[in-house]
Write a protein that binds this ligand. Structure first.
Ligand code: SAH
Ligand code: SF4
Ligand code: F3S
Length: 438
């Protein structure tokens, strides 16, 4: 029987957190808690947090502050999990003593117990990190829609100088292939058409003698997967075999997310990224030689400690040179306990902003040009939802993740994969009309 108290999970950060939140919701559903979207109406609010930049944590802390004010007026249980719960636990305990639960991804199998305890007025603050890697939650993909994120590994063994993730997520552990296959099966059963394999350094996956290209090849052959993606790849672990597997399997999306971070070898070295820009460029060329239609997206940081104008120019040149489909651009933000914290954060905020704007404006123009060049062309779209602006229209994503809004012919359903003729290209989306049902 359903319980009276409702739970809402608010998710910040990357797809790894999306995956964890699906699991948390699945577990709570199994314990008969009704899960609701609107957290303002919930009796229990769990916040899955991100600590990757200062701004990410500010967002989290300000939400907690607002919710604690509401908690003074009505019965409300507030729990905080995810990366800030790990790296900023002491800060949370000190500044927000009224929090009921602090949990990490490792404790999520106990989340229902923590919530039950909190509803009885008992606090739960995580202590031990347990390895609960093999927990499979049958119902976790029920609300996924067209695409599901599936974690194939946790943690990260790299030590990029700026990055807090290894502190938040621990050492790299690859999950058993059987568990991954089981979760994919559950996702497909729930109607999912697109599988996104997740890992902080996804292409360094290794379980016994099974490597990432081998796993990817096996997953691609599973019946029912219309689209297969994987994030995030590290340039140092891209092999010829990986390129070959992508070429051989047409359901693997022809858009690779490959963070370059910087175009300057001096900066890459200080970032401890383990490759030069020349090496990165070589990987791109190999991909293009094997799969001419392939496109790339990337992550970039501007204003890393001691980044000179010359270093920045090299990064800007890389943007022009590679012609990325999408760039996740960040201003460097110092994180406690990282190697870069010891470096002199000498690029002024104003200069960071200037460098950021230069790349952003350039990239916006390029994306608009690309989107306009698609006018009249037919693209393949995975239908994900009704259009936000016009409920009579549907929306979806192209293989390289561009948003498309289009008129339906009445025969198309959410989760279908269809061909759409592009009528107009805009800065952030495409407009089209249905051609045929696949
Ligand atoms: N494991 C992934 C994602 C890491 S976090 C990877 O290796 O790419 C996502 C992105 O955030 C990073 O790629 C980086 O560009 C950015 N980032 C991480 N730490 C940062 C920091 N301290 N300041 C600014 N950007 C940061
Ligand atoms: Fe952070 Fe580097 Fe690991 Fe990515 S690969 S999570 S940037 S340490
Ligand atoms: Fe943020 Fe943690 Fe992901 S720090 S980016 S939620 S791994």
């Amino acid at each position: 029987m359903l319980k009276k108290q409702t739970v809402s999970v608010v998710t910040f950060g990357c797809q790894m957190n999306e995956y964890d939140s699906s699991k948390i919701k699945g577990i709570l559903k199994n314990h008969n808690f009704p899960i609701i979207e609107d957290y303002k109406k919930a009796d229990v609010i769990l916040i899955n947090t991100c600590a990757v930049r200062e701004k990410s944590e500010h967002k989290v802390f300000s939400l907690i502050g607002r919710l604690l004010l509401i908690k003074k007026k009505r019965n409300l249980v507030i729990g905080v999990g995810g990366c800030s719960a790990e790296v900023s636990k002491d800060y949370l305990l000190k500044h927000f003593p009224a929090l009921d639960i602090i949990f990490t991804p490792e404790n999520y199998p106990k989340i229902a117990q923590f919530v039950e305890n909190a509803l009885k007025g008992q606090r739960s603050i995580h202590e031990i990190i347990e390895d609960n890697e093999e927990v499979v939650v049958e119902s976790m993909f029920e609300e996924c829609g067209a695409s599901a994120c599936i974690s194939i590994m946790k943690g990260c063994d790299n030590n990029c100088a700026y990055c807090i993730v290894p502190q938040a997520r621990g050492a790299e552990i690859s999950r058993r292939p059987e568990t991954i296959f089981k979760e994919i099966e559950l996702a497909l059963k729930s109607g999912v058409k697109e599988i996104i394999l997740l890992g902080q350094n996804v292409n360094s996956y290794q379980f016994k003698d099974i490597t990432f290209p081998q796993l990817l090849d096996e997953v691609a052959k599973i019946d029912g997967i219309k689209r297969l993606r994987f994030v995030t790849s590290h340039p140092k672990d891209v092999s010829d075999e990986l390129i070959h597997v992508i070429k051989q399997n047409r359901n693997i999306c022809r858009n690779i997310h490959l963070p370059v971070q910087s175009g300057s070898d001096a900066t890459l070295k200080r970032m401890n990224r383990g490759y030069t820009y020349g090496h990165y460029r070589e990987i791109i060329s190999k991909f293009k030689a094997a799969i001419p239609e392939i496109t790339f997206s990337t992550d970039m940081i501007v204003g890393f400690p001691q980044e000179t104008e010359e270093d920045f120019e090299k990064t800007f040149q890389a943007v022009k040179d590679i012609n990325f489909e999408g760039i996740y651009l960040f201003k460097y933000s110092v994180r406690q306990g990282t190697d870069a914290e010891k470096m002199d954060d000498d690029v002024t905020p104003k200069e960071k902003q200037r460098r950021f704007d230069l790349i952003l404006n350039y990239q916006r123009e390029m994306v608009l040009k690309k989107n306009k060049s698609l006018e009249g062309k037919i693209v393949n779209v995975l239908v994900t939802d009704f259009s936000k602006k016009d409920k009579h229209k549907l929306c979806g994503r192209t293989e390289n993740s561009k948003a498309v809004n289009f008129n339906s012919n009445g025969e198309v359903n959410i989760n279908d994969v269809v061909d759409v003729r592009i009528l107009a290209g805009f800065p952030n989306s495409l407009e089209g009309e249905i051609v045929k049902n696949n």
